[in-house]
Design a protein around this ligand. Structure first.
Ligand code: FA5
Ligand code: MG
Length: 456
């Protein structure tokens, strides 16, 4: 792998992802072979993988109301900077664009950081009349450079959902325009479905439009109906998937009184450059509020860029994280398990069934510290995500957790020292001491080589 890593970051080299070759860029290219390997997995397409089972359950539920959504699940993970950021109005200095947070293939291409990267193309299909549906769902793997622990992995999965309504003029004075009538009808259908759901949703929503303004061209009534349709759609997803969980808990748990018979959710205001207003939903689960989905009413600029006539349509969009919900529902204790090839994991799941994972065993972990002085030149900044990337490259899924345990500045020299604690732990087998020593050596050497740190 070392040879590969060098090749990937050399100017003359090229990088191949999903069968396509890209010219590497000395400054931008930061994808690594271990990440590229993950682009072939497509866990969301596997019918008997927790992520795939959840995806299918949500698609089915959302399309059970009025079959409004086209389903696109085959988009490849390399997209352009334009698709992922520019087309969605991300400002040039948005932190999401930085190399410390995002995997770049080269200066023009990256591994999508969210499924919103495909919004423009899919809106475009509706605008051009290539799709007869009034909405779409996109599920895909998304990539972010991040920390390493039991709930974070450099790849996770999102589902994007969008709906549009064509704006119309009233046909006669005093009458409501056709799209308003349609929105009311669509909303009524959703509300009826929610009411029929066995799990009742208790919604806390004190969001106003203060500091989260609507777009000029939309009427108050359009904003009201469209955002209610959006929120009820997401609540329906939550009611459906958590209902399945509560049901199986009721079946297996002797103390049924501890299992809630309602699901508490709350709406909080949010900000995304391509929606206004914007919100996030949080679900109360086992003593915590969990953020599961961001959403909002699509910005006119995005719709125009996709090919719609100015102000001709109104639309909502959401982006839902599948992995976190799958971990809760299937009771998966470590996100790495999704990626294991161990049959003891995979044989436990079947298409259409949300069951509880039975851990097959837990192998002991081994803690090792790596401490180093940062280089004196302040230009050589080491981002925490760079440390994570090195560990990930050397040890891959044999690392359970990496955390910063000590940080201090030498009183005389002013130099800064960091100490990271790495937990080496395999989900599938016991690691030997010499194996761990080897990994730890490689991590230290790579840190010294790539970032010029001085090991302590
Ligand atoms: C987005 O990615 C937006 N694209 C969502 C969106 C779409 C907003 C359309 C408006 C319109 P965010 O970064 O918050 O937003 O991620 C969305 C969801 O993905 C989160 O709510 C969470 O459920 C999930 N998610 C985010 N980061 C991680 C992670 N590191 N691990 C697992 N799940 C994550
Ligand atoms: Mg968020």
């Amino acid at each position: 792998w070392r040879g590969c890593l060098r090749l990937y970051s050399s100017v003359s080299g090229s990088v191949e992802v999903n069968g396509t070759k890209y010219a590497a860029n000395a400054v931008y290219t930061n994808i690594t072979p271990s990440i590229v390997e993950l682009t072939h997995r497509s866990l969301h397409l596997s019918e008997s993988h927790p992520v795939g089972i959840l995806r299918e359950a949500i698609e089915k539920k959302l399309n059970s109301t009025d079959a409004a959504f086209s389903v696109y699940n085959q988009f490849k993970p390399v997209v352009t900077v334009h698709e992922n950021f520019d087309s969605l109005g991300f400002p040039q200095d948005h932190p999401g664009r930085s190399k410390s947070d995002t995997y770049y293939v080269n200066e023009k291409h990256l591994l999508r950081t969210h499924t919103s990267a495909h919004e423009m193309e899919c809106f475009g299909r509706i605008a051009k009349g290539d799709s007869s549906k009034t909405g779409f769902l996109i599920s895909a793997d998304v990539y972010r450079r991040d920390e390493i622990d039991r709930t974070h992995y450099p790849v996770f999965h999102q589902m994007e959902g969008c709906r549009v309504w064509k704006r119309q003029n009233p046909s006669a004075e005093g009458e409501e325009p056709a799209h308003i009538v349609q929105l009311r009808e669509d909303l009524a259908k959703l509300e009826k479905q929610l009411a029929e759901q066995a799990t009742k949703i208790v919604v806390e929503d004190d969001c106003t439009l203060e500091g989260n303004p609507k777009q000029e061209h939309m009427t108050d009534l359009e904003v009201d109906l469209c955002s209610r349709h959006l929120k009820r759609s997401i609540e329906l997803i939550m009611a459906e998937v958590f209902e399945r969980k509560l049901e199986s808990l009721r079946k297996s748990n002797t103390d049924v009184s501890e299992i809630p018979n309602v699901l508490k959710v709350r709406w909080i205001k949010a900000y995304f450059p391509w929606t206004a207003p914007s919100w996030e939903i949080e679900v109360w689960w086992q003593g915590d509020w969990l953020e599961l989905c961001g959403c909002g009413l699509a910005q006119e600029d995005v719709l125009k860029l996709a090919g719609f006539e100015p102000e001709s349509h109104i639309s909502w969009a959401f982006g839902l994280g599948l992995d976190r919900i799958a971990m809760l529902l299937f009771e998966i204790p470590d996100i790495r398990l999704f990626w294991t090839k161990d049959q003891r994991f995979h044989e436990q799941f079947q298409k259409g069934v949300i069951n509880t994972f039975q851990p097959y065993s837990k192998y002991p972990g081994t803690l090792r510290d790596v401490a180093f002085w940062l280089p004196e030149e302040s230009s050589l900044k080491v981002h925490e995500n760079d440390v994570m990337e090195i560990v990930r490259n050397v040890a891959g899924d044999l690392v359970e957790n990496v955390k910063l345990v000590d940080e201090f500045v030498h009183p005389k020299s002013g130099r800064k020292s960091l100490c990271y604690r790495i937990n080496y732990q395999s989900m599938d087998r016991n690691l030997t001491n010499s194996e761990v020593n080897d990994l730890q050596d490689q991590v230290s050497q790579e840190l010294a080589k790539k970032y010029n740190v001085q090991l302590r």
